[in-house]
Design a protein around this ligand. Structure first.
Ligand code: 3PG
Length: 342
């Protein structure tokens, strides 16, 4: 072990056991990595860099990478990490020995291994609400696209007067509801976590008592549930089969919540049903071939792909990194220990 002295007095030298490594750590500039397989818009990136640099951090960038090994190598010496849908697995966390905080610039954090992060006391945050409007606009756009036969010649139908069911009434769900109301749609919703009915009343939305009731009454069903152990593969044959004639399932949430086998079976049996998604299913090419215009998946997830959403979520992520590293702010931490949640 290396030691340094705090006194140059020649008569009496008092040795302090301060490790040289500790001083190096104190003097080192903290390093923040922006790792986005799907890059931020330039204005967002410039803003993020500016906030981090102003706080005195070194900023590194890894964009459009194709192999997980690239991310593993890039995190080796970083203190903070900003990501989008990038997968922060236990392997990535293991490779990031200085890591203190991960901020997912967006809503869903199913791409981060929370258990592995918590085991190392690494704080994980999201930026709730920051990209919601972009996703909500896309959900409405997908409804129109499908109701107009994917813009191929032929008679379509209008959204006005139809019923849209909002499955999960969080930030995105609420925005879809408001836009749908403006289009003259009847809006119903189901969210077991919303216990205050005034939230629905204020938006002119009718809450229903069960997920079954929601699907059975929805001409369009807009999905906004997160991918959790409870929700994975929870939307399939039974719910699809219960939907009204000509109904469309709109997925701007996660592909994992769909039971693809059940969905395919329902769409095969009911040739009036449609599925539109912003997250291509595993069985994408088969479904495209099987269902023609009744199915559409965007080529790459684009719900949050607007300059505004990138700027809102990216800058929030940078500010949250600074807020945590400098002041210990943990408002948006998603892996708080139960005893921390006061
Ligand atoms: C989210 O969870 O915020 C959305 O799915 C957007 O994800 P993205 O940043 O990877 O586009």
């Amino acid at each position: 072990m290396d030691y340094i002295s705090n006194s140059l007095c020649c008569n009496y030298v008092e040795w302090e056991t301060i490790e040289v490594e500790d001083l190096t750590e104190q003097n080192r500039k903290m390093k923040i990595l922006i790792a986005t397989e799907k890059p931020f818009a330039k204005r967002a990136l410039d803003g993020i860099k500016e906030i981090l640099a102003a706080a005195g951090y070194e900023v590194a960038l890894l964009e459009k990478y194709t192999e997980k090994e690239e991310l593993i190598a890039a995190v080796a010496d970083v203190d903070g990490l900003i990501i989008r849908s990038d997968k922060v697995t236990a392997e990535v966390i293991e490779a990031a020995q200085n890591l203190k905080i991960v901020v997912r610039a967006g809503a869903g954090y199913d791409n981060v291994d929370l258990a592995a992060a918590s085991a190392r006391d690494i704080v994980v945050m999201n930026t709730p609400g920051q990209n919601s409007n972009a996703v909500a606009e896309l959900a409405v756009a997908l409804m129109i696209y499908m109701s107009r036969n994917r813009f191929t010649p032929g008679t379509g139908f209008e959204l006005q007067g139809k019923t849209v069911g909002i499955h999960a009434y969080g930030n995105v769900g609420r925005l879809v509801a408001r836009k749908a109301k403006a289009l003259g749609m009847n809006v119903i919703a189901y969210d077991p976590f919303v216990t205050d009915r005034t939230l629905f009343d204020n938006d002119g939305v009718e809450p229903v008592g069960s997920v079954e009731e929601l699907y059975a009454a929805s001409d369009f069903l807009s999905l906004h549930i997160p991918a959790t152990e409870q929700t994975k593969k929870s939307i399939g044959y039974k719910l699809m089969m219960s939907m009204p004639k000509g109904a469309t399932l709109v997925n701007t949430a996660r592909k994992e919540v769909i039971d693809e086998i059940g969905l395919e079976a329902a769409m095969t049996e009911r040739t009036d049903l449609k599925y539109v998604t912003d997250i291509a299913p595993d069985d994408n090419s088969t479904m495209a071939a099987m269902f023609g215009n009744r199915f559409f998946a965007t080529p790459k997830k684009m719900g949050a792909e607007t300059a505004e959403a990138n700027i809102n979520a990216g800058l929030a992520a940078a500010r949250q990194i600074v807020g945590y590293l400098q002041n210990g702010e943990t408002r948006f931490q998603v892996n708080k220990k139960p005893c921390d949640c006061k």
